[in-house]
Ligand binder design. Sequence first.
Ligand SMILES: [Zn+2]
Length: 192
Amino acid sequence: MKCTKKKKGQKMKVIVLEHPMNSDWLKAKQRALVTIGLTTEKAPAEDWKIKMLKCRHSPIRKLQFAFLILDVPYWLSTELCRHHEGIEKYVKSQRNDRTKEETPRAEKPQGALVNMIIDVNADSLMQIMNKRLCGNATNEMQELMLMIREEVLKTNPEFNQFLVPMCIYQNECKEFRSCGKKALYFGGNNDL
Ligand SMILES: [Zn+2]
């Protein structure tokens, strides 16, 4: 019998293809300022970036990320595909007529590994993290979110306080059944 679960030790990999640069932050600030009749040619300072991310106003949709995710289980890619606004997903097809793979599509397991690219704006990324870093998300999704978070913070530390579970962002878990801070984000236990 084939194992359809992710095998222990199997590693997904996240590669950042695009992330907001200072020039993108300038574009976001210009969009914020035009609403009050002003403009600028100077990229914003760190504290302005954090204020803008905190209020989640529309100019942050100008900040775009792109991630290449390698060896993601097919079932996990479908969880990501649930997200809708501000995100596009490109997943390797399982159509064996197109990919010339021998195994018929209907016989491929849920755990078959695929590669995907997601294009996502900052507003959407923060919302996805709030939900998918929750302890109610699957462990694999939490792991993937933590990997993306780690990569983002290498280039964009201004996102640190925003790529967090809902327990932190809204100060409580809003799920039907609270995860009780059992998320991997907190170390996977509820003693915190
Ligand atoms: Zn939660």
